[in-house]
Ligand binder design. Structure first.
Ligand code: NAG
Length: 297
């Protein structure tokens, strides 16, 4: 599957272990945005050789590095800035996104989800609109390190319409479930929208902040299935629709904790303030804590 991928990379900067790339291609399933900044860290799958392409410089990326995609506007930075950035980038390398999962119907990844425990996956209920219990055997959860687990049950909480819980049949290994926010997100706080490619080989991040509901009303105006509930929050996305890559169930982090889950994915358009609706998980913290307990038994 990986050999088919046709990434074309334009090398923008090469600095020690860190390579900042201008991305000009498309990823597996999820279109990669134009002009994204990309960071290679350690490559997970043998045999995959993306091409770095700079006018006179063409060479395959070593197999020993993975890629973390940072969705951002590309801008030129000088060497001092790179040095400063490298420090912040180093601290990012330690971030563990193994809680991010993909929900697959058949072999197709449809949405993201988050591991709240080794048995419990949380996702957006909008991902399950056409799901029925008779299709349970077609449902799988793709987890990092190529793990693909069957689902024992799908639960739609009566009290929280916005979310769906999946109980896994078995527990994944080498993953670190995420904890729910201890404090509500405040307008002054910077949060991170996380995105991941369908096969979990790329992660994308975007800094974001709360924004008024009005922007979400505009963004989702053409989606008759999207509603703003009192359990949702509106988060700013990119002005450039090519840079919006969030899908249903994508995580919103603040201080390393899970504060939200993308309710419907992004609906970005050109020349407008784009915003995404996220389920406010802080509001559901008690419910989710209980659900984690129950899933263990
Ligand atoms: C956004 O809309 C929801 C649902 O109507 C409401 O509960 C919430 O308070 C609104 N948020 C803001 C910041 O006005």
């Amino acid at each position: 599957m990986y050999s088919s991928h046709a990434f074309l990379w334009t090398l923008a900067l090469l600095f020690g272990q860190q390579i900042v790339l201008l991305e000009a291609g498309y990823g597996l399933g999820v279109p990669l945005c134009q002009g994204c900044r990309v960071r290679y860290v350690k490559y997970p799958l043998a045999g995959a050789i993306p091409i770095i392409n700079m006018e006179r410089y063409k060479k395959p990326v070593p197999k020993s590095i993975t890629i973390e995609r940072v969705i951002n506007h590309y801008k030129k930075i000088d060497e001092n800035q790179i040095k400063r950035r490298t420090t912040t980038v180093r601290s990012r390398i330690s971030s563990d996104y193994s809680f991010i999962v993909k929900i697959q119907f058949g072999s197709v990844s449809q949405c993201s989800g988050a591991l709240l425990s080794l048995k419990l996956v949380l996702s957006s209920s909008s991902c399950f609109r056409s799901f029925s219990a008779s299709k349970l055997d077609k449902l799988h959860v793709l987890i990092s390190h190529g793990q693909r687990l069957a689902v024992a049950s799908v639960q739609q909480p009566a009290s929280y319409d916005e979310i769906t819980l999946l109980i896994l049949k078995s527990s994944p290994i080498n993953v670190k479930p995420v904890t729910i926010c201890n404090t509500p997100l405040q307008p002054s706080m910077i949060a991170i929208m996380l995105m991941a490619s369908d096969d979990l080989s790329f992660y994308g991040r975007r800094s974001t902040q709360l924004i008024s509901n009005r922007s979400c009303k505009t963004s989702y105006v053409e989606d008759e299935q999207a509603f703003i509930t009192s359990n949702m929050q509106c988060l700013r996305n990119s002005l450039n629709p090519d840079h919006c890559g969030t899908i249903k169930g994508d995580a919103l982090l603040q201080g390393g904790k899970l504060c939200g889950l993308s309710a419907y994915g992004s609906r970005c358009r050109a020349r407008t303030t784009n915003a995404d609706l996220y389920v406010n998980l802080y509001k559901m913290k008690q419910f989710l804590t209980d659900a984690i307990q129950k899933a263990q038994n």
